[in-house]
Each structure stands twice: as C-alpha cells, then as structure tokens.
Ligand binder design. Structure first.
Ligand code: ASP
Length: 301
C-alpha cells in the first residue's frame, strides 16, 4: 500500500479560483504519485508534491506568496520523517524559491531542526541549493493586494481568516512501500504580515507532524490559533491515545481549533495504514489524494 494526500489551503476559495486550485492540487498529486508508485520514498513524494505547488503561483507558497508589510516575501516550511522522527524547517526565509527543499536538507544534512532568515539562506548556499530574487517570487496579483492593503487597516492574523482573504498554504502527507509516513507544509503566511511573523507551518507539532506508527498530518488556517492548540500533534495524539480513526481524529482537531481558540482551518492526514482523511471548518479546502487501492485520483475543492 502506498498513499498520498496533498492540500492547497483552507478558506473561502472564490468560485472563479476553484479551477486553478483543482488543477494545482491535481498536478502536485501526480508529481508525488509518480515517485511513490515507482518505489520512491515518502519524503521524496512530499517534497516533490510541495515543490510543485510552491512553483504554482495559484498558492501562497514559494512563487505567488503574500507580501509582508515591507513588500518582501518571507517563507515558512517544514517536513518530518515519521520513521526516523527527524524533521527540518525554515522560517521567515527570503530569496528561496523552494523552501521545502531547504527544510528537507536541514532534516537530512544537519542535526538541527529549524533555521530562520539569513541563517537559512546561508545554509541553502552552503548546500548548493538555489537562491533567487524577491521579484522572482512576487506576482502582480500580490503586489496589487499589498498596495491596496497599505494604510487600510492594522494587521490582524486572525481577521485574515475571517473574510475572503486567501489562505493558500500547501501541504502533503505520504506513505511509501516501506510503511514510512512523511508530512510537510509550506507557506508565505498571511498578507501584509509584520516582518518576522511566523505561523504554524514551520513548527513541528503545529502545522506538520508524522509518526509512521500512528499517521501524518498537515494543516492550514489561522496560524496563531493552530499553534495555540498544537493542532497536528493533538490530532496524532487523539489517534494514538484513544484509537480514534483518521476521520474522527481530523474532525476532533478542527473541533478543538474552533472550541478552544475560535479558529478556522483545515487538516489532511493519513492514518498508519495510509488511509486519507480531511476535515475543515472553512467554506472550502483544496485537496487531492490517492492510494494504491484506488483506481483514480480524488480531487476536491
Ligand atoms: N497557517 C498559515 C499561517 O498562519 C496560513 C495558511 O494556512 O494559509 O501562516
């Protein structure tokens, strides 16, 4: 059994943007599936699927990300191997097109977990990973949004998840033929965020968690709330401690986010048998999944 689930954010995705999200998550699933179905590892599949969405300007990750209050793009990403329990993450990193690849390199080539800002860029250069210009990541849509937001209102990360403000964080969870589960998440954060603001996505146990004996989780939504309830790990704990199945654990996670901190968001997960589950309390969540027991991909927005 091999299995892969990807997501492209949980929010009030407007009807005219549904098709781009559908196409984007479908392409990411295909990229990851190509590897998994030919003996690739769960970590490889998660990285490939997330890279695909980082490169797709539809999503708030890599190219196409939101712009911070200074007009810069600062990215967060994390990845975890649920068999070795090794993890890697970058936060507030600039000038990197594929932060998930730097996160993976930190996981596999260092004994650290999280590097921020210029330290992460320095690590990327030392490991011959490509850097880019801010302008290479910036798209017209986000420049326009940034100009409109300037002077309009004070930044509120929570409010960003109340209206139609996009929340297009991306993530993936894979199980490979060896039963190894890996999970990862990548984001540009929230629009007009103060420089240095870090959400849940690069924090292990919040936006991302994997333990091959239990399952793997990737989250999207109001980052400050997701951090407060340690969302990814609390979903894993629910499965481990109570024997809840994936659907019940995902629903529990979203209910916990709503009841404890009045938060909005979404979760994708695989249980230890590779069975996919999804839960969200936003109007929509873009996701796609496939297991070797299924005849075709499921793509839903
Ligand atoms: N959770 C992300 C953050 O707060 C945003 C998102 O999911 O869209 O940075």
């Amino acid at each position: 059994m091999v299995s892969l689930i990807v997501h492209g954010g949980a929010w009030n995705i407007p009807t005219e943007m549904v098709e781009a999200h559908r196409t984007g998550v479908a392409a990411a699933l295909r990229e990851g599936w190509k590897l998994l179905s030919h003996g690739g590892s769960a970590v490889q599949a998660v990285e490939a699927a997330i890279r695909c969405m980082e490169d797709d300007p539809t999503f708030d990750a890599g190219r196409g990300s939101f712009v911070n209050a200074l007009g810069e793009i600062e990215l967060d990403a994390s990845i975890m191997n649920g068999s070795t329990m090794r993890c890697g993450a970058v936060a507030s990193v600039q000038n990197i097109r594929n932060p998930i690849t730097v996160a993976r390199a930190i996981m596999e080539k260092s004994d650290m977990v999280l590097l921020t800002g210029i330290g992460a860029v320095r690590f990327a250069k030392e490991h011959q990973l490509p850097t880019c210009k801010n302008d290479d990541l910036l798209v017209g849509r986000e420049l326009q949004r940034w100009k409109q937001i300037q002077g309009q209102r004070k930044f509120s990360a929570k409010d960003a998840f109340r209206g139609t403000v996009p929340s297009d964080t991306v993530g993936a969870v894979a199980m490979d033929a060896n039963g190894i589960i890996a999970a990862g998440t990548s984001t540009g954060g929230t629009p007009n965020k103060p420089p240095g603001r870090v959400g849940d996505s690069p924090l292990i146990g919040c936006g991302t968690y994997a333990d091959s004996t239990i399952g793997g989780v990737s989250c999207s939504g109001w980052g400050e709330g997701i951090i407060a309830v340690s969302l990814a790990k609390s979903v894993i704990d629910k499965m481990e401690m109570t024997g809840a199945d994936g659907d019940a654990a995902a629903a529990y996670g979203i209910q916990r986010l709503a009841s404890k901190v009045d938060g909005l968001g979404g979760i994708v997960l695989l249980d230890r048998n590779g069975r996919p589950s999804v839960a969200y309390n936003t109007p929509r969540m873009a996701r796609a999944y496939r297991t070797s027991e299924m005849k075709s991909d499921v793509i839903e927005v």
